[in-house]
Design a binder for this molecule. Structure first.
Ligand code: KG4
Ligand code: ZN
Length: 335
């Protein structure tokens, strides 16, 4: 039985996964559970916010109970409960926050509101410590596409961001156009692996002069037009052309960031970091530049409670008593 004082309970409900985990200060995951809502949203081709909130309400206490019993832990001695306070869907965030506050009050345990994006950043140090500083981090998720410099786990400076859609959103929307279900990332990746690019889609904001910012909405529109104009095109080949365009942009921007801000490691996190194609492309880039690549284990790439738990330890070490209000548009640089 682990000593509860050495553990944080991480709770994540910002989008469509009800995720809870027990994590120690080194990022060891004692137990974890994710109740996925993917099936609930698949017919909508994206997350249906009201359904997401209701599913969180149904799933959160059973998920907490599972994690505590698997970890064989008495929650009254936990070091803290860390819970996502933003960014995310307001209803989903509220379920996590109010549950965490109730549990913390009942157990006599402090509750810390955590930035979901800082959770993703820390996912690369789960199970073992990987990140070497200074680092450049590429965060590619359903809601965000950002580049940042990291001097330490919590010292962060944003250096690039999408001006419109995120990469994950582009994957999800392209999958929806093709009638492939949600989430689109894994489906598109699998299709693309068996296809050959049938067209050269535009590489948005590619090249000098665009800095480190991204844009993906034009690419999504280009795919839509191509599908309209070429109903005979094979889905796998269109998926391959789309993935090619995305990867070329992501790798180009990471290379530019590493050239502008020399770093010991490149950290790639967020749901899209589960993409085997992106993992391979990032590995090739890092080999080329002699930089260490740090990736979260696959299961910690998409939303999970463990990353929130590990980020909570940073907040505790810094003495950051973050507020417990839900902030749907919380930025990466905030706590
Ligand atoms: O980080 P995440 O779980 O949730 C957010 O914070 O948004 O990211 C979800 C996104 C979705 O857009 C999903 O399609 C994408 O990550 N994703 C992938 C893969 N697995 C999930 N994208 C590409 N390849 C994957 N294997
Ligand atoms: Zn996320």
């Amino acid at each position: 039985m682990s000593s509860p004082g050495s553990l944080v309970l991480g709770i994540e409900t910002s989008c469509d996964d009800t995720a809870v985990a027990l994590v120690d200060v080194h990022g060891a995951v004692i137990s974890a559970c994710v109740a996925s809502q993917a099936e609930l949203h698949t017919s909508y081709g994206g997350v249906y916010p009201e359904l997401a909130s209701r599913a969180h309400i149904d799933k959160i206490l059973p998920t907490v109970r599972t994690v505590l019993s698997q970890g064989d832990v008495d929650p009254r001695g936990l070091a803290a409960i860390g819970v996502t306070r933003g960014p995310g869907l307001i209803g989903s965030l509220m379920v996590g926050l109010s549950t965490a506050c109730g549990l913390g009050h009942g157990w006599g345990v402090p509750v810390v509101g955590v930035n979901h994006l800082r959770g993703h950043l820390r996912s690369a140090d789960l199970e073992e410590s990987r990140v070497k500083y200074p680092a450049i981090v590429l965060l590619v998720s359903g809601g965000h596409t950002q580049l940042a410099r990291l001097q330490s786990p919590s010292d962060l400076q944003l250096i690039g961001s999408t001006v419109d859609d995120s990469v994950g959103e582009a994957y999800d929307k392209v999958a929806r156009m093709m009638g492939l279900g949600y989430p689109g990332g894994p489906i598109i990746d699998r299709l693309a692996a068996g296809g050959t690019p049938c067209v050269q889609f535009p590489r948005p904001m590619y090249g000098r002069g665009f800095g480190l910012d991204f844009s993906f909405s034009g690419l999504k529109t280009a795919v839509r037009r191509y599908l309209d104009d070429h109903p005979e095109a094979g889905q796998a080949d269109v998926a391959a052309a789309f993935v090619d365009a995305v990867l070329q942009v992501l790798v180009y921007k990471c290379r530019a960031a590493l050239q502008e801000f020399p770093a010991a490691s490149l950290v790639v996190v967020g749901g899209v970091a589960a993409s085997p194609q992106l993992r391979a492309a990032a590995a090739e880039l890092c080999d080329d530049l002699g930089v260490q690549l740090c990736l979260p284990p696959l299961k910690w790439s998409t939303d999970n409670g463990a990353m929130i738990g590990l980020a909570t330890w940073d907040y505790l070490a810094l003495g950051i008593a973050c507020t417990l209000d839900a902030v749907p548009g919380l930025g990466m640089e905030s706590f």
